[in-house]
Design a binder for this molecule. Structure first.
Ligand code: TMP
Length: 237
């Protein structure tokens, strides 16, 4: 691993510089937080699941025509990705009501939507990642109209492709959060991670939650949820 100094430490990952300044190395930690860092804990082995699952999804999505930041997996916790400038939007697609959607609108958890919904939040921890609309994002110069159109199209493609893949292994993709980045030439690529930390996954038969909601909601045995997902995707060694 030819990495240099640590550039940044986030809640679930560390990012290191590389000799090649177009690349960075990501390290996935076992640390878990919820409610903007108010709840803290550790889920043993989570970093490995999230790294491997994210890389699996990114490679799958590349094949389906969605460009991503993925370059190469180094080991169970480390991956080389293209260095991007993150667009400060948390892009959320929902297929069923859960989480903040239920809290905000009083919807019953599990309500199936006729079509997926698209929303974004301003990625800003100090402000608590507030929900915002397209006009607000444009007013704040967070992205251009063209970028937002591209991001929406890519996010809906991710929903379709990942939803089909997961359903084939008995998992319902309830909702998820994506982040996008700009390459030096301005091209938009899918970045950050796709994992049980950033998606809601329910067992298609039992409705059992197999994601970070187990931690957020104190449902217990978080590790087992992450492991089950790993098994279903055939990633267990
Ligand atoms: P929400 O229902 O709490 O708004 O979450 C929607 C989706 O986004 C869910 O799959 C979990 C994911 N998410 C993150 O990845 N990071 C976050 O900080 C939050 C609040 C949600």
């Amino acid at each position: 691993m030819n990495h240099k100094e640590m550039l940044y430490e986030g809640k679930a990952k560390k990012v290191y510089a590389m000799e090649d300044s177009d690349l960075v190395m990501v390290e996935y930690k076992d640390d878990a937080t919820a409610f903007n860092g108010l709840k803290k804990g550790t889920i043993e082995g989570k970093g490995v699941v999230n790294n491997l699952m994210s890389n699996y999804m990114f490679q799958y999505l590349e094949k389906k025509g969605v460009p991503t930041h993925f370059v190469e997996q180094i080991d169970d916790r480390h991956t080389i990705v293209k260095k991007v400038q993150i667009v400060p939007l948390e892009v959320i697609v929902r297929n069923r009501a859960a989480g903040s959607f239920c809290k905000r609108y009083g919807a019953k958890e599990g309500l199936v939507f006729a079509k997926p919904t698209f929303e974004f939040s301003y990625k800003n921890d100090d402000l608590g990642d507030p929900l915002l609309n397209e006009d607000h994002a444009l007013a704040l110069n967070l992205a251009t109209k063209e970028e937002i159109d591209q991001i929406r199209h890519m996010a809906l493609t991710v929903n379709k492709e990942m939803g089909e893949l997961l359903l084939s292994v008995g998992i319902v993709l309830v909702d998820f959060k994506l982040e996008f980045g700009r390459l030096p030439d301005g091209k938009i690529v899918l970045a950050d991670e796709i994992s049980p930390d950033t998606c809601r996954f329910w067992d298609a038969k039992t409705g059992e939650k197999l994601d970070k909601d187990r931690f957020r909601l104190d449902l217990g045995d978080e590790q087992q949820g992450y492991r089950e997902l790993f098994k279903r995707l055939g990633l267990e060694k």
